[in-house]
Design a protein around this ligand. Structure first.
Ligand code: APR
Length: 245
């Protein structure tokens, strides 16, 4: 492992343009459950609660689960060492941007500035009638579903549901950087969710070196990954930070 970490640090130092691609795994050590695997959310909840069509027909029912998952569980989460190392690398000019599938706002809370939220962000809610956006901290989640104070419409969390399009700016920025990067660091993603998983693949096609940090093998491992650093995100990124700084 140590030689792999040394080699990875050398590759990152020599890179002119490095990006990170993160999934639920980077937030697991912050107490945010992953979606798949043994303790995955989709073992406990029916994904239909985040199906856009089903949501529009059953907003009250869906909000019961949405509150439990995204405003009870997620609300108490704080950035961990892995988020902080990526922010440190950005501040030091070793990382250009983070493309994240996560909606937990933890990269931003760790200090990352250039974050492309491919699946949106749970810390914002939106009125689908007048377009007004609310910060989650303004919302009283005792009374659900939360409603717009302009027109009484039920508010929707500003993250994408199944069947909903990827936010345009995040999509364009993510692929623009993937097509420019020398190195792409994948942290804690199965590679099962599309079109997000096309981002590291676009980087690979562009000739980038793909570094993967994950305790398990994923769809990326046998297909695009050049160096698989097997382990938890906090442990591996702390080792990398010690080599880089
Ligand atoms: N450190 C690094 N990786 C970890 C850790 C950890 N401590 N713990 C788990 N992992 C890895 C798992 O091995 C797995 O590969 O993180 C991954 C988590 O898998 P998923 O929860 O499926 O996450 P991801 O692939 O990012 O898919 C998340 O799915 O439901 C959609 O839109 C939703 O953005 C979300 C996407």
């Amino acid at each position: 492992m140590d030689s792999q970490i040394k080699e990875t640090a050398k590759i990152i130092r020599e890179s002119k343009f490095t990006i990170a691609f993160t999934g639920a795994g980077i937030s697991v050590e912050s107490g945010v459950p992953p979606f798949r695997g043994e303790h995955g959310l989709w073992n406990k909840y029916n994904p239909e609660i985040l199906d856009l069509g089903y949501y529009h027909e059953n907003p009250e029912k869906c909000w019961l689960f949405i509150r439990e998952i995204f405003y009870d569980f997620f609300a108490n989460a704080h950035p961990n060492k892995a988020h902080k190392v990526l922010a440190h690398m950005e501040q030091s000019g070793l990382l250009h941007s983070v493309v994240t599938q996560n909606i937990d706002n933890l990269h931003q809370e760790a200090g990352s500035k250039n974050v492309y939220e491919f699946h949106g962000n749970s810390k914002r809610l939106k009125c689908l009638k007048c377009g007004k956006v609310f910060d989650a901290s303004e919302i009283d989640f005792e009374h659900i579903p939360p409603r717009c104070d302009e027109d009484g419409e039920i508010l929707k969390p500003d993250f994408i549901f199944f069947g909903e399009g990827i936010p345009t700016a995040a999509f364009e920025n993510a692929f623009a950087d993937a097509e420019k990067c020398d190195v792409c660091i994948i942290v804690g993603s199965t590679g099962e969710v599309t079109p997000a998983s096309f981002v590291p693949r676009a980087a690979k096609q562009n000739g980038a070196t793909i570094i993967e940090i994950n305790p398990e093998k994923t769809l990326f491992t046998g297909q695009v990954t050049d160096i698989h650093l097997v382990g938890k995100a906090t442990v591996i990124l702390e080792k990398l930070e010690n080599q880089l700084f």
